[in-house]
Design a protein around this ligand. Structure first.
Ligand code: T4K
Length: 383
C-alpha cells in the first residue's frame, strides 16, 4: 500500500475562519483592553457556562493552572487518590500543591480509576479523589461520589478530555466538587492555550478569581498567595469563534469514528477503547488496544510501521505517571499494585482523529492497519 503524501497527525486544531479571526484581533487591539477580565473573557465565560450547562465556570490560561488553582481552592492537604494512566499535568498539579499522589489501578475497559480499588487506599491523610475521564471515557461518577461522601473526601475531576460530554444524563462538569477542562489547541474546543474550572458552589468563584490574579483583592490589598492564570482577550475571542464550530466538529468526528469502527472493529487483536456502544464519550480521541498474539505485532511495532505510511499515532499515556523517577519511594507506585495500568499502557494507541480528516483517508488508515495485521499472518514482509 502507498504512503500518504502528507503527514497525518493524531490531531489537528479546530480553527476559526482567518478573516473572522483577523477582525476579532483588530477589535481587541482597538479596544486597548488586552487581558485582565476583559469583555471577551466575560462573554466566553458565560457562553461556556451555558454550553456546558454548569453553574459556574472560571477561565484560566491553561488546564494545568486550572487544576493547580482548583486543588488549592478546595484547601486540600495530605494525600489525593488518582490514576497513573494520565497526562503528566494531572499529577504535576498535585506536586505543585504539596499533595502526595496515591496511585490507584484502572478499569481494563474504560482505563479510568477503578472504584473497587479506591477504598483500600484511603488513609487518615486522604483528602480527595482526582479521577480523570481519560480519552473522554466517562468515569464511574456515581460510585466515586458514593465513596467520597462516605469518607468525606472532595472529588475534583480532570476533565481535560471531557468537553461537552454527558454522564448518566448529566453534563460532565456537574459531577464532583469541581471539573477541570483543558482548552489546549489539541482539544475538541480550544482557545490555543486555555482552561477552566466548572463547579456548583458559587462561593468558590471569589476564591478562584483571587487565586488566578496573584491574590489581589484591590489596588492596595493582596489577600492570597496566587498565580497569574488569566486568559487574555485574543485567546478568549478565538474561543468565542471556535465554540460556534464545535457542534459541526462533533458530527464530523462521529463520521470518522464510524469508519474506524466498521473496519477496525472486526480485526482480531484490536479492541476499540473510546466511543464504544453504551460508553458514549466526548469524541476527543479515538484509541485502540492491541493484543499482540491475535493482531500479529505489538503496539510499538504498529506505531513504527504506521510512520512508514506517514501516519503519526501517539502512545498516550506512556509512560505511566507512577513510573516517574521522583515517585519511586511511594508504595502505591509498585508495579504489583497497578497490574491493569501496566498492562494497558503497553497496548494502547491513539489514532488520527479530527473532523477535517477526510473519510477516504480514515478508510485508508484503517486498511493499512488491516494490511499490517494480515501480513503478519500470511508471513509477507511489511517493512
Ligand atoms: N490533564 C490531561 C488528562 C491532559 O491530557 C492534559 C493535556 C492536561 C491535564 C493539561 O491541560 P493543558 O495545561 O495542556 O491545557 C498535548 C497537549 O499539549 C496537552 O494539552 C494534552 N493534554 C496532551 C494529551 O496532548 P503533546 O505533548 O502530545 O502535544 P504535541 O505538541 O505533541 O501535539 C500533539 C499533536 O497535535 C501532534 O501530532 C501535532 C498536533 N498539533 C499540535 C499543536 C500544538 C497540531 O496539529 N497543531 C498544534 O498547534 O501534548
Amino acid at each position: 500500500m502507498e504512503r500518504f503524501n502528507k503527514q497525518i497527525n493524531v490531531t489537528k486544531p479546530l480553527t476559526p475562519n482567518t478573516l473572522m479571526a483577523a477582525d476579532m484581533i483588530t477589535e481587541v487591539i482597538d479596544s486597548e483592553w488586552l487581558t485582565n477580565n476583559g469583555i471577551k473573557h466575560q462573554i466566553l465565560e458565560q457562553q461556556l457556562t451555558d454550553y456546558l450547562d454548569v453553574e459556574n465556570i472560571t477561565l484560566t490560561n491553561n488546564g494545568t493552572t486550572a487544576l493547580l488553582l482548583g486543588l488549592k481552592a478546595l484547601g486540600l492537604t495530605g494525600e489525593v487518590i488518582t490514576t497513573p494512566f494520565t497526562f503528566p499535568a494531572t499529577v504535576e498539579a498535585l506536586d505543585w500543591n504539596g499533595l502526595t499522589p496515591v496511585f490507584c489501578d484502572v478499569d481494563p475497559v474504560t482505563y479510568n480509576l477503578n472504584p473497587d480499588k479506591i477504598e483500600e487506599l484511603i488513609t487518615e491523610r486522604t483528602t480527595a479523589i482526582l479521577p480523570v475521564h481519560v480519552f473522554g471515557n466517562p468515569c464511574d461518577v456515581e460510585r466515586i461520589q458514593e465513596i467520597a461522601d462516605r469518607y468525606r473526601l472532595k472529588v475534583i475531576y480532570d476533565g481535560a478530555h471531557a468537553f461537552g460530554m454527558e454522564i448518566n444524563g448529566r453534563p460532565s462538569g456537574q459531577w464532583g466538587d469541581m471539573t477541570m477542562f483543558s482548552f489546549h489547541a489539541t482539544k475538541l474546543f480550544n482557545t490555543i492555550e486555555g482552561g477552566g474550572l466548572a463547579y456548583n458552589d458559587i462561593n468558590l468563584k471569589r476564591e478562584l478569581n483571587l487565586l488566578k490574579n496573584f491574590g489581589i483583592e484591590g489596588p492596595e490589598s493582596v489577600v492570597r498567595s496566587g498565580l497569574n492564570a488569566k486568559l487574555n482577550e485574543i485567546q478568549a475571542g478565538f474561543g468565542i469563534e471556535v465554540l460556534k464550530l464545535v457542534p459541526e466538529e462533533r458530527e464530523k468526528r462521529y463520521a470518522v469514528k464510524k469508519v474506524y469502527d466498521d473496519i477496525l472493529g472486526s480485526i482480531d487483536g484490536i479492541r476499540i477503547v473510546t466511543n464504544r456502544e453504551g460508553l458514549e464519550s466526548s469524541y476527543q480521541y479515538f484509541a485502540i488496544e492491541i493484543e499482540e498474539s491475535l493482531f500479529g505485532c505489538n503496539r510499538d511495532h504498529l506505531h513504527e510501521l504506521l510512520k512508514d505510511y506517514n501516519v503519526f499515532t501517539r502512545k498516550y499515556f506512556y509512560p505511566l505517571c507512577s513510573s516517574f523517577e521522583w515517585y519511586k519511594s511511594l508504595e502505591s507506585t509498585k508495579k504489583e499494585n497497578l497490574p491493569v495500568a501496566h498492562n494497558i499502557v503497553e497496548k494502547v494507541l491513539a489514532l488520527p482523529f479530527y473532523g477535517d480528516l477526510n473519510l477516504e483517508d480514515v478508510k485508508y488508515i484503517s486498511n493499512i492497519i488491516l494490511y499490517i495485521h494480515e501480513s503478519h499472518f500470511v508471513g509477507s514482509v511489511v517493512n
